[in-house]
Design a binder for this molecule. Structure first.
Ligand SMILES: Cc1cc2nc3c(=O)[nH]c(=O)nc-3n(C[C@H](O)[C@H](O)[C@H](O)COP(=O)(O)O)c2cc1C
Ligand SMILES: Nc1ncnc2c1ncn2[C@@H]1O[C@H](COP(=O)(O)OP(=O)(O)O)[C@@H](O)[C@H]1O
Length: 259
């Protein structure tokens, strides 16, 4: 589906999160398709044919957005019966547990959704560099605003669904392998195909503004204190049906395994 013409709503969702929200997800940050943010990284090598120095750039560079997205495995949606959750763009809060970066993550290797576990070059946020994100030192106590895409990325025609989370924060380093806990509180829009990469980037920038405004509401801010974001309630059954402070907590989605 192509993007409809016309202006977008400045805020998404009702005054209080409504079913099926909140949705709770957790999983290790894995390597995605390498399109989110990498700069064209020229590699110089000596041609075997001519003996000359040749400079080669990443062939995917023209597809890259300048908006890094932390991928987590899709498995948890299925574990708790949310496999049928509509694809689309959502917003919420997340935390990162850097202590769970383990032996799987090294200077040369990162956990990955594919067989390619090689460590990518440092991500870059150049397409959102002008947006005023906080840049405090990351800690597991920090709750970050996020905007995320769940789906097939029609612009890139992916064959597998993925969960891709852009965190509204400036990080000085990548965090593959960290456990990411997420509370999804609202739906922004369906996924669209776009006439150009610039049009996709412009809509993602608007998604970021919509998420910021939507999360600024008091009833949405209240979820920053939820125990799920402190790493608790990993067992979905134990979590289901509980409520806190009169805010309905309908279900939990555990994503502690990599696919
Ligand atoms: C807020 C947000 C909105 C997005 N909207 C779309 C969309 O409408 N259509 C689309 O094809 N991809 C969309 N994407 C996905 C990007 O195409 C995706 O993040 C990019 O391909 C990077 O993938 P990678 O991190 O796996 O390399 C969106 C991503 C984010 C974070
Ligand atoms: N603000 C951010 N939001 C999400 N991920 C970020 C952010 N800043 C840095 N990163 C890092 O960038 C990685 C994603 O970069 P990206 O180019 O999209 O590659 P990939 O294809 O591996 O998802 C994340 O896994 C994370 O380690």
């Amino acid at each position: 589906m192509g993007r409809p013409d016309g202006p977008r709503d400045p805020i998404a969702g009702p005054e209080t999160p409504q079913a099926p929200f909140p949705l709770k997800l957790r999983g290790p940050v894995i390597k995605g398709f390498g399109r989110g943010s990498r700069e064209a990284t020229p590699t110089t090598f000596t041609s075997l044919l001519t003996g000359n120095q040749v400079c080669k750039t990443n062939p995917n560079a023209s597809h890259q957005l300048g908006i890094p997205t932390a991928n987590i495995p899709l498995s948890g949606l299925g574990i708790c019966g949310h496999s049928d959750l509509s694809s689309g763009i959502y917003y919420g809060w997340c935390t990162l547990d850097h202590s769970s970066i383990s032996a799987q993550t090294s200077a040369t290797s990162v956990p990955s959704a594919t067989n390619d576990t090689s460590r990518p070059a440092q991500s870059s946020s150049h397409a959102v560099a002008d947006l005023e994100y906080s840049s405090s030192k990351p800690s597991s106590d920090t709750v970050y605003p996020t905007v995320l895409s769940i789906g097939y990325n029609p612009y890139y025609k992916n064959e597998q669904r993925s969960i891709e989370i852009h965190i509204l924060h400036n990080f000085s380093e990548d965090f593959y392998g960290a456990a990411l806990s997420l509370i999804v509180l609202g739906f922004i829009r369906p996924e669209y195909d776009y006439v150009s990469k610039d049009a996709l980037v412009e809509d993602i920038r608007e998604d970021i503004r919509v998420a910021q405004r939507s999360l600024a509401r008091e009833t949405y801010g209240a979820w920053k204190g939820d125990a799920w974001l402190r790493g608790e309630g990993d067992n979905a059954e134990e979590h289901a049906g509980k409520s806190r402070d009169g805010v309905g907590q309908r279900d939990g989605v555990g994503m502690s395994q990599m696919e």
